[in-house]
Each structure stands twice: as structure tokens, then as C-alpha cells.
Design a protein around this ligand. Structure first.
Ligand code: HEM
Length: 124
């Protein structure tokens, strides 16, 4: 049985991988790089996909160990899920739009800390 701390490490590894892939992609696009010319296009898409899966696996694994297995989830879980969907959609945006890539490179860490705040403080 996978323990709570292992699920947390999986969650964190997924988060680090997600930020690495999104930040790299955002920098590339902001510098004028196009999707078609990106030699690491496949690698960054795979890294982002694996990261999103690991975040979900670690997140729901921790919830299971906390005894949260059924609907309705607590509100903070819905909020984290919404942030997860947002980070999922960002890969398409930062690969295509240089202006969005520039802004999001700066905003992504704040969105990440908001997700952490919601998990740690559970304000709702
Ligand atoms: C469906 C998506 C997600 C679920 C279900 C989820 C769930 C959880 C849970 C259950 C915890 C542990 C809370 C506790 O220890 O009491 C946690 C911690 C954490 N989550 Fe998420 N999370 C999700 C998405 C995200 C995303 C997208 C990020 C950041 C980009 C993130 C960042 C963090 C961080 C940094 C912690 C560590 C907090 C600590 O050390 O206690 N999570 N998450």
C-alpha cells in the first residue's frame, strides 16, 4: 500500500515537472519560437502530460489516505481541481501565444502558490 508521504512526494514531483515543462515552453514561445520549429515539442508535451497525471495520482492518493473518497468533496478540493485543469490548458496556450507565454511565465508561480495555500490552509 502506498503511504501518504509517498503520495505527497509523487504530487510534488509532478508539480516540479509541470513547472519545468511549462516554463521552458513559455520562454521558448516568448522568444519567438514556433510550435512547428520546436525540436523539443514532443518531449515537452510528454513531460507535461506525465506531470499532470502524477499530480492527480499524488493528490487523490493523499485524499484517499485522509479518508476523503466520496462526493461531495470539500470545497478546497474542487478549487485545486480547477487549478489543475487550468494548468492542463496552459500547455496549448503558452505553445501558441507569445504574449500569453510572457505573462503566464510570471503568473504561473503565483497560481502554484495559490494551490499550495489552498491545500495547506484549507480555507473552505
Ligand atoms: C486535482 C488536483 C489536486 C488535488 C486533488 C490535490 C490534493 C492535494 C492534497 C490532498 C494535498 C495534501 C494536503 C494536506 O497535507 O493536508 C496537497 C498538497 C499540495 N498540493 Fe495539491 N492537489 C491538486 C493539485 C495541485 C496543483 C495543480 C498544485 C500546484 C501547482 C498543487 C500543489 C500542492 C502543494 C505544493 C502541496 C503541499 C502542501 C503541503 O506540503 O502540505 N496541488 N494537494
Amino acid at each position: 500500500m502506498i503511504s501518504y508521504p509517498i503520495y505527497k512526494l509523487i504530487h510534488l514531483f509532478g508539480i516540479f515537472l509541470m513547472f519545468a515543462s511549462l516554463a521552458g515552453l513559455a520562454f521558448y514561445t516568448a522568444n519567438g519560437g514556433t510550435k512547428a520549429n520546436n525540436v523539443l515539442r514532443k518531449q515537452s508535451a510528454i513531460a507535461h502530460g506525465v506531470a499532470m497525471f502524477l499530480i492527480l495520482l499524488g493528490g487523490f492518493g493523499m485524499l484517499a489516505r485522509m479518508g476523503i473518497t466520496h462526493f461531495p468533496w470539500p470545497v478546497w478540493v474542487y478549487l485545486k481541481f480547477a487549478i489543475w485543469i487550468l494548468f492542463g490548458g496552459l500547455v496549448a496556450l503558452v505553445a501558441r501565444k507569445p504574449t500569453v507565454a510572457k505573462v503566464m511565465w510570471l503568473l504561473m508561480p503565483f497560481l502554484g502558490v495559490l494551490a499550495a495555500y489552498i491545500a495547506i490552509m484549507k480555507p473552505f
